[in-house]
Design a protein around this ligand. Structure first.
Ligand SMILES: *Cc1c(COP(=O)(O)O)cnc(C)c1O
Length: 331
């Protein structure tokens, strides 16, 4: 196994990224606690984070760690969503050039958000794979420095700072409920939590639609799963065939894995709107979905669930919420 990031790396990341991020609030959810029999349930609000998701933490830790030589070259990434926004934002703040490669099918609102943050957008190809090919070509021809979305020690340590913030406020946390896609988030948070208190129970939530990490854990190597659309688009995608860090770290640090369905995601989004007046994207709501549906045994436990982001188109959001209103489905 290559050198995996450790607690110390997360503390260094915390100091490094402080000027670029918010320390987001943690709020109590008495309704969910009552429903599940938990002693306490808290929600960590990374949906209020700069750029609309926690991804700014990893991107900031990576970009602010580059050498002077690398900074002059500028950075490049490919991402349809929150990682692309985070890289564009951090590069802009740090005075670096950034290029984000997207396929021609990416929703116009996402292209606009990334451009508005100051990145150069390169639109090419009809799939995520073709966008990745364009990224490889541009990286080589223009000498840009890659900033990958999850499989990088600096990205993982950056995401780990979320757990540092949670445990500084709630040091007797028993259970952490964390989204799982490429695994940078869970690897970082779980590594930090287990280093501080090995008894913390870490639950990872994957999509029924695209459980790439779970299939890879079963196979013992990175595997690709057929990709279907999901309301939780931030959780789609593979883990990379050359995965070095997140697969072994998730294997080591996650205690329990659950799959979440599309209907459960809608329930979770509605609950967060209805009980907390917060707008979150589908991928952020999976922890609430699992708790609401009593999929995790939290009786008597102190639980923290992460609301990971809020990047969603207004039309789509309103449709989902309206469909969950008592008579909204008929409209
Ligand atoms: C990227 C992302 C995740 C998953 O993070 P990974 O590091 O890919 O596992 C979860 N929620 C949101 C909102 C994201 O943008």
């Amino acid at each position: 196994m290559p050198h995996i990031p450790a607690l110390h790396d997360a503390y260094q990341a915390q100091a490094r990224i402080k000027p670029l991020i918010w320390q987001t609030p943690v709020i109590a959810s008495p309704v969910l606690a009552e429903k599940t029999g938990a002693a306490q349930i808290h929600l960590k609000l990374e949906c209020l984070q700069k750029t609309g998701s926690f991804k700014v933490r990893g991107a900031a830790n990576k970009i602010l760690s580059l050498s002077g030589e690398e900074r002059k070259k500028g950075v490049i990434t490919f991402s349809t969503g929150n990682h692309g926004k985070a890289v564009a934002y951090v590069a802009g703040q740090a005075g670096l050039k950034s290029v984000v490669c997207l396929s021609e099918h990416v929703a116009a609102y996402r292209v606009a958000m990334i451009k508005a943050l100051g990145a150069e957008v390169s639109l090419k190809g009809h799939s995520q794979d073709e966008a990745e090919k364009n990224y490889q070509l541009l990286m080589a021809s223009r000498g840009l420095v890659p900033v990958v979305p999850f499989d990088d020690p600096k990205i993982i340590a950056g995401q780990g700072t979320i757990a540092l913030e949670i445990l500084s406020k709630l040091p007797d946390t028993d259970v952490l409920v964390i989204q799982l896609s490429g695994g940078g988030l869970l690897a970082g948070m779980a590594m930090v939590a287990k280093s501080i208190n090995p008894r913390i129970h870490v639950v990872g939530l994957s999509l029924e639609q695209s459980p790439a990490m779970l299939e890879s854990l079963k196979a013992g190597r990175p595997v690709q799963v057929p990709e279907k659309d999901s309301l939780a688009d931030s959780l789609l995608g593979g883990i990379g065939f050359d995965n070095q860090y997140t697969l072994p770290m998730v294997e080591k640090f996650a205690d329990e894995h659950l799959l979440i369905s599309e209907n459960e995601i809608k329930d979770g989004m509605f609950h967060i709107f209805d009980k907390h007046r917060l707008i979150v994207e589908g991928g952020a709501a999976v922890g609430i979905a699992a708790l609401l549906n009593q999929k995790i045994n939290v009786k008597g436990k102190k639980v923290v669930a992460l609301l990971s982001g809020s990047t969603i188109n207004a039309d789509e959001y309103i449709r989902i919420i309206q469909g969950r209103l008592p008579r909204g489905a008929k409209q």
